[in-house]
Write a protein that binds this ligand. Structure first.
Ligand code: KIV
Length: 271
């Protein structure tokens, strides 16, 4: 099993290598320099400036109000302190509605220090993924529960329970990888589907409520610290601060639990 040297900065090819070697990847969201430094120094592989910042930092009830300017601001302050973790930034709502808009937004995020951008959904977004990756912008796809679709989905709900929906998600993941996505976040689906998608694609999958068989795991920082988000706490959330005793201890406990496969357990996954 590969042991990506602790001090070595992560690169996009190293993510694929980690999957090939069965080395689990760790990710947390982060929005500011202080937490970013702590995550970076305590073994987190990749950090995500999630548009969840609309909910956990700005206090909105969805991610829809987040702008590209907001994302650039948080990306700049996090990028300034990272030494090792790979920084991924979300393309916020409608900034990826056309390939050209996505290219403008993604270029701003990469100039601010991101090394990869994440975008939600398949369908016409596959053309956006292809357009960006052909122009040397690494892309992470986000499938399953896609929070930017909250109005059409009708809430934050588990996805892919029916076989037709599950098969579509497998096909979408394969198409996203085919279009050039270097990583895929899988949100809120039965563990068996997280496993099925992970086995169907050659790029790493990062689960959030998608079971233990994904190639890595991500949690929203505020959930991971047990903070009250003002929303119903999803089943997959675990308070690692209670276990770790300090923020640094919580990060180390999370890294160890993801790497040794003990998180997520059945209590924090959907059957
Ligand atoms: O915005 C975000 O924090 C995310 C994670 C939930 C993966 O997309």
């Amino acid at each position: 099993m590969s042991t990506h040297a602790d001090e070595k900065p992560w690169t996009i090819p190293a993510l694929a290598e980690a999957k090939r070697n069965g080395r689990k990847l760790t990710m947390l969201t982060v929005y500011d320099a202080g937490f970013a430094r702590t995550l970076d120094q305590n073994g987190i592989d990749t950090v995500l400036i999630g548009d969840s910042l609309g909910m956990v930092v700005q206090g909105h009830d969805s991610t829809l109000p987040v702008t590209v300017d907001n994302m650039v601001y948080h990306t700049e302050i996090v990028a300034r302190v990272l030494k090792r973790a790979l920084l991924i930034a979300d393309l916020p709502f409608q900034s990826d509605a056309t390939p050209e808009r996505a290219l403008d937004a993604a270029t701003r995020l990469l100039r601010a220090g991101a090394r990869m951008v994440k975008l939600e959904g398949a369908g016409y977004k596959l053309d956006v993924i292809r357009y960006l990756t052909e122009r040397d912008i690494p892309v992470c796809s986000h499938l399953g529960l896609t929070p930017q679709s909250v109005l059409t989905i009708g809430g934050f709900k588990i996805q892919g329970r029916e076989e037709a929906a599950a098969a579509k998600l497998v096909a979408d993941a394969q198409a996203a990888a085919e279009a050039g996505a270097a990583m895929i976040v899988l949100e809120c689906m039965p563990s068996v589907l997280g496993k099925r998608i992970t086995e169907a694609v050659s790029v790493p999958t990062i689960g959030i409520g998608a079971g233990p068989d994904c190639d890595g795991q991500v949690l929203v920082l505020h959930d991971f610290l047990g903070l009250d988000s003002g929303h119903r706490r999803p089943r997959f959330v675990k308070d690692f601060l209670a276990e770790g005793g300090s923020v640094a201890g919580a990060v180390r406990a999370y890294v160890e639990a993801v790497r040794n496969g003990s998180f997520p357990d059945a209590e924090h996954a959907y059957q």
